[in-house]
Every structure is written in structure tokens, then in C-alpha cells.
Design a protein around this ligand. Structure first.
Ligand code: G3H
Length: 540
């Protein structure tokens, strides 16, 4: 096994952190955003540690980087009350505000958030070990998502600013908000994935309770001030804590939409706590184990390059990562050799190290879990084929290529969410097809091949198993204007810039028979701008 001494540059125990990326002090968050104020918190606190180990004098240990509130039930219910008051049965300031005014608040927020880029990127590097380029990309992609959402809403509003006349009935059809939203993103995209539900939820007029992820929460400290300054009271509430606060929030029955990115098991448990589950709309991004099928006709250069990025970007900690590779047996040896060599060349390091691709894993117990599923696959006939694959130094795990993985192995079925790539050879295409059919997941898959007839033959059964089939490319969510969803245990609802606006709203219309009296009534309301809903004003 590799030891710290063998790779001395990996840990800050042996090297200083560049000052621009260091955290000079611990980050102490001792307030939480409630009802338009930063409410002091004097109760239980959560110590936040980094996956990065530092020399503590008595040996390396995870660096303590801060602390933040661990709210209790009473605080959680206070957040529900604040969001409910802002909603006020749909009569609150926010849900009735004109679209252009809501857009102004969101733009104001985006402007204030942009000032926090360096701070947020630094916190992401320390708390979840996302590399500097990836953390910056996550931030920039999120800001772009906000601007794209504003543009999409303007389009939607323009389309609904005219009356529809059908069978003598005049109607104005718009999308209206649904009520308080509980918004929870995952640790691997603590900013972006939370914001791809938070921003559309807000801009459509719903007040929100954000529960930051269990890791990647410190960045909500700088964001809280920006939320406070940009939105009216109660519209954004930030509830730090663990699952103990979620039960009371759901049981209150006051949540209209659950926007959750995480495991299907947790999503089911949350949904069932709502006293009227049919009143709860769920927008869920859940488990996935995207497969790649490498055909006989695959271009191996391109395949290796895409598999490397697809399975190991951010250490394989992406819901869209390729988590199992099926390869035609005639190409298996070549694939295993070349992918293994490419994996061995991936630089390990700290998030700020130039070129670092593999960084420490933030989930407690993760390296032990990965070691366990590798041992299980090995006991069932597989080997670790790349040199030093699976070696562990504290929270750092050298990527491992495992081949041939048996169907009985855990790695064949479990979502490893880490730097382990299982490879399964096949002789008949029906084998990977059956594996995908029998899998509980249904997000995406990739096909690598250049024979049009064979590729097309595989596309047709696959589009009814997953929701995106990638040809000669890794699986991915982006561009964010594309629909992102899944079947089976992988998702509920569809997210994209435009789809998300629909998810967080419901169509409502005002209709009237076209009698002279009704026409005069409608004309007066429109001319005198008496209503926000009934309006033909055009957003530019
Ligand atoms: O973890 C799931 C993310 O939505 C994946 O997004 O494919 O752009 O990395 P990505």
C-alpha cells in the first residue's frame, strides 16, 4: 500500500497551501437566514472538517475549517412559518409580485453573488475538494443558469401576455406559483444543483426553505447576506441541519414542492411524511448507475478519453458519471490496458494543485466502502488491473479499474459514486441490454461504436430504458437547456432551464364568455392595469 511518505506532495502536512487558497481562520456561521433577518443561533453547532488532512502536531488529521448551526425542530418550524407567511395562501407580496419585479430581485441577487466568487470557490475546494477549475466552472455555470432562467421566464411571460379566444371564450393562461418549496441539493454540486431548483422556484413566485447539503454548506454563509439583501422577508430561508429538521418541516403539511437531489430512499421517506402526499409536488434527482456499452466498432482513442472523463471527473462523484462499462469481449483487453494506463496517469493532489484530477473524498467512510466493494468483486473473480489502483492514503483514493466484474458482484449493481470503474465483458449485445433493463436506475447511458446499423439497433431499445443516450460521448447533464431527467429510481420531473419553470408552477387561467359586458370589463382591467395576472404588458 502507498503511504503518505511515498507521495509526500499530496498532503498539506508536507507543503504550504498557496495563500490565495488558504482559509486564514475557521469559518464560523452563527446566524441563519430566517424571515429576512440573520437570526443568531446559540444552540447545537456542527463542526465542519475538510477531507484534507493537515499536520496537527500529533499526526495528520482532517482540518477543522469551521462550524455552522445544527437547527432544532423549533427552528425548522420557524422557517416553515416564515415561508408560509411569505406565501400567505398565494396572497403574499412575492407570489403576487409582477414578473418584472421578481426578475429584478433575482438579478440583484446574481449581481451580489458574483462578488462572492473567490470566497465560494475557496470554500468548495476545502469542504468537498472540488478542483479549482471545476469549482470555478460550477460557480460560473450557476450564474449563467440564473441569467438563462431570467431569459426563459421573459419568453414564457411574453407568450402568456396575450388572450386566447376559443369557442367564444376569452382566457388568459399563465403559470402561477405552487407554495413553499423545500429545496435540497447534493454535496457534489452544493451550489449548482441546489440553484437549478432554487432559482426557478423563486422566480416563479414560491417562497423557499433551502437546506444546505451535509457537506458543502459553508458557502451558504456568504450567500445568506446576498439573499437577505435581494429578496423580501421570508422568501428565502436557509435552514442548516440534518435529517432531524426534515421530519417536522414535511409533517407541517405546509410544503407545496419538494425539490430534492439525493437518494431515492431518502426522497421516499420525506414524501411519506407529508400529511397529504397528493398535495406535494416532487422534483427529484436520484440514484443513477449510467452504463457505457463499448461495441466492436468503437474508436478506442475516443472511447478511452470519454470514459476517463465520464467515470472519473470529480473522482466519479457525479450523478451522471459512467458507473459501469460493458465492452465487447473482442475489445476488452485493449480497453482495459488503455483505460488503465490513462487512469494511472491521472494526477492526484490538492484541489488547488495545477492539473490535479483526483482529490480527497469528502464522504466519511468512503474509502473503506470502496475498498469493500472492490474486495467483493475480486472475491468473485475480478482483478484490479491498473498499478496501485485502490491504494488509499487517508481520504485520498487512487482510481481503480476492476475487470472482469461478475453479475453477482456488488459493484455491478451499487452506485459506487467514487473513483472505481467496473468493466464487464460481453459476447452478445443482449447481455448489457438485459443488465440495463434489470437495473433499478434509468438516467442515461453511452454507446461507443461506429457501425450505424448496430448503433441504431441499440439506440431504439435504450431510449425506453433511460432518458438520454449519448453517442461516442460521456454521460452529462449539460447543456442546461437540455432536458435532464430519468426513469425508475433515477428521477421524478424534468429539469432544464425552461422545464424547471414549469415544474415550479401550475397553469391557471382567467376565462370569460365573450359577451359585450365581459369584454368591457376585461378592457377596463387591462387598460387601467388593475391586475398583475390579467395583463397584456410585454416584458422586454
Ligand atoms: O451530479 C449530477 C450533476 O447534475 C451532473 O452534472 O453532468 O454536468 O456533471 P454534470
Amino acid at each position: 500500500m502507498t503511504t503518505v511518505a511515498d507521495i509526500p506532495s499530496l498532503y498539506t502536512t508536507t507543503g504550504p497551501v498557496p495563500p490565495e487558497f488558504d482559509l486564514p481562520d475557521q469559518v464560523l456561521i452563527n446566524t441563519w437566514l430566517l424571515d429576512g433577518r440573520l437570526e443568531p443561533w446559540t444552540g447545537e453547532m456542527q463542526t465542519v472538517t475538510s477531507p484534507i488532512h493537515v499536520d496537527t502536531g500529533s499526526g495528520p488529521a482532517p482540518r477543522v475549517i469551521g462550524a455552522c448551526p445544527m437547527l432544532d425542530e423549533a427552528a425548522a418550524l420557524a422557517a416553515v412559518d416564515a415561508a408560509s407567511r411569505a406565501w400567505d395562501h398565494g396572497r403574499g407580496l412575492w407570489p403576487t409580485m409582477r414578473v418584472d419585479e421578481r426578475i429584478r430581485c433575482v438579478e440583484e441577487f446574481a449581481h451580489r453573488m458574483a462578488d462572492k466568487r473567490d470566497e465560494i470557490v475557496r470554500l468548495m475546494m476545502w469542504e468537498i475538494c472540488k478542483t479549482l477549475p471545476d469549482a470555478r466552472a460550477e460557480f460560473d455555470r450557476t450564474v449563467e443558469y440564473i441569467h438563462d432562467t431570467v431569459d426563459a421566464l421573459k419568453d414564457l411571460d411574453r407568450a402568456s401576455s396575450r388572450f386566447v379566444i376559443e369557442k367564444g371564450i376569452y382566457a388568459q393562461i399563465r403559470r402561477a406559483p405552487l407554495g413553499p418549496v423545500l429545496c435540497m441539493g447534493p454535496f457534489n454540486y452544493p451550489l449548482n444543483e441546489t440553484f437549478t431548483t432554487l432559482i426557478p422556484a423563486l422566480i416563479m413566485g414560491n417562497p423557499v426553505i433551502v437546506k444546505p447539503p451535509r457537506m458543502g454548506k459553508l458557502l451558504y454563509g456568504p450567500l445568506a447576506q446576498a439573499f437577505l439583501e435581494a429578496f423580501p422577508p421570508g422568501v428565502v430561508n436557509v435552514a442548516y441541519g440534518d435529517r432531524r429538521i426534515l421530519g417536522p418541516i414535511m409533517k407541517s403539511g405546509k410544503i407545496g414542492v419538494l425539490a430534492f437531489i439525493g437518494s431515492s430512499k431518502a426522497a421516499d421517506a420525506l414524501r411519506l411524511q407529508h400529511p397529504h402526499p397528493h398535495r406535494l409536488r416532487c422534483i427529484l434527482g436520484l440514484d443513477a448507475k449510467n452504463a457505457a456499452i463499448v461495441m466492436e466498432s468503437a474508436d478506442m482513442n475516443l472511447t478511452v478519453q470519454e470514459l476517463l472523463a465520464g467515470s472519473l471527473s470529480f473522482n466519479g462523484q457525479r450523478c451522471t458519471a459512467i458507473k459501469i462499462v460493458f465492452v465487447h469481449q473482442s475489445r476488452a483487453k485493449e480497453l482495459v490496458e488503455r483505460l488503465g494506463a490513462a487512469m494511472a496517469a491521472l494526477p492526484l493532489g490538492m484541489p488547488w494543485d495545477e492539473g490535479a484530477k483526483i482529490t480527497p473524498l469528502p464522504e466519511p467512510g468512503k474509502t473503506a466502502y470502496l475498498t469493500g466493494i472492490i474486495a467483493d468483486a475480486v472475491a468473485l473473480g475480478a482483478s484490479v488491473t491498473n498499478p496501485d489502483g485502490g491504494d488509499t492514503v487517508m481520504s485520498l483514493f487512487r482510481p481503480a479499474l476492476i475487470h472482469p466484474v461478475a453479475e453477482a458482484a456488488r459493484l455491478f449493481h451499487e452506485e459506487q459514486f467514487g473513483p472505481v470503474v467496473p468493466v464487464v465483458p460481453f459476447s452478445d449485445m443482449e447481455e448489457p441490454i438485459q443488465a440495463i433493463i434489470n437495473s433499478g436506475y434509468g438516467q442515461q447511458m453511452s454507446i461507443f461504436g461506429s457501425d450505424p446499423e448496430k448503433v441504431a439497433e441499440l439506440v431504439d431499445p435504450m431510449v425506453n430504458q433511460v432518458c438520454r443516450v449519448n453517442l461516442n460521448s460521456q454521460c452529462q447533464r449539460g447543456p442546461d437547456t437540455f432536458p435532464f431527467t430519468g426513469r425508475k429510481d433515477s428521477a421524478e420531473g424534468t429539469l432544464s432551464v425552461t422545464d424547471a419553470l414549469r415544474c415550479f408552477s401550475i397553469r391557471t387561467l382567467v376565462a370569460a364568455k365573450g359577451t359585450p359586458g365581459n369584454k368591457a370589463l376585461l378592457s377596463d382591467i387591462l387598460r387601467e392595469r388593475r391586475s398583475s395576472f390579467l395583463s397584456t404588458d410585454f416584458l422586454l
